[in-house]
Design a protein around this ligand. Structure first.
Ligand SMILES: NC(=O)c1ccc[n+]([C@@H]2O[C@H](COP(=O)([O-])OP(=O)(O)OC[C@H]3O[C@@H](n4cnc5c(N)ncnc54)[C@H](OP(=O)(O)O)[C@@H]3O)[C@@H](O)[C@H]2O)c1
Length: 209
């Protein structure tokens, strides 16, 4: 697959490495432009290229959002991702580390308002980038691997993202739709940044529900 990655920091660069290693083609992007990503792209190898945010979004069959949630200007134009599977890995932190008060809403519901028509799937937001970088175990049975939680309203899009997670060596665990599953994946929840196997994660989701 072709995967466009928006943001090339801790999460963007780590997912890029995992996707390339699994045989996918990636385009990485950031706020400073493709020139600033030359070193990262050469480290990632021939399956990687650097683009502007909008071009990386157009490039991807799948687009992963890994920029600060509080910066909507970091996102691609909505028309670039309309109808595409878009992974929201973002969490709604303020610069001081506190959470943005979203009232009754959740961050991915708000992301979907910013990118109407995207087939939004919330995933990769609960795992610390160092665990993401070091705990891929394609050799293990799926339920023994480190869990990555997945929420969304589009079942087919969710299936695509879960397959991708499995391919890169983790255990995809569904939490539900964007609203309720998304809430379960928020900072401070029972599964947020809590390393666990796929089997334990399924139990944790059942308990939390
Ligand atoms: N770190 C983690 O372990 C972790 C885990 C799960 C989820 N997350 C979430 O993932 C997202 C990214 O976190 P991170 O830790 O990877 O952050 P990071 O290392 O600070 O990287 C942020 C990236 O976003 C880019 N960016 C910032 N403002 C931008 C703009 N206006 N336009 C385009 N690109 C912009 C930055 O580009 P420049 O460098 O060019 O400014 C950088 O590539 C956050 O929402 C975070 O909550 C992080």
């Amino acid at each position: 697959m072709k995967i466009g990655i928006i943001g090339a920091g801790m999460i963007g660069a780590t997912t890029a490495r995992l996707f390339v290693d699994a045989g996918h083609d990636v385009a990485v992007s950031n706020s400073r432009g493709p020139e600033s990503l030359r070193v990262l792209v050469s480290e990632l190898g021939p399956r990687a290229r650097a683009m502007t945010v909008d071009d990386a979004a157009s490039f991807g069959d799948i687009v992963l959002l890994a920029v600060p949630w509080r910066s909507p200007e970091a996102l691609p134009s909505p028309e670039r991702v309309r109808g595409k599977v878009v992974i929201d890995a973002m969490n709604p932190y303020r610069p001081d580390g506190a959470l943005v008060d979203l009232g009754d809403s959740t961050s991915s519901e708000e992301t979907l308002k910013r990118l109407p028509g995207a087939r939004l799937v919330k995933a990769f937001n609960t795992i610390w980038y160092k665990h993401l970088a070091s705990r891929a175990r394609p050799d293990l049975r799926v339920d023994e691997r480190h869990a990555i939680f997945v929420a969304g309203d589009d079942e087919e899009a969710k299936r695509v993202v879960m397959q991708l997670i499995e391919q890169i060596g983790f255990a995809p665990v569904a939490t539900g739709n964007l609203r309720d599953g998304g809430r379960l994946q928020q900072p401070g929840s029972a599964v947020y940044n809590k390393p666990m196997t796929g089997a334990d994660a399924v139990r944790a989701v059942q308990q939390a529900k």
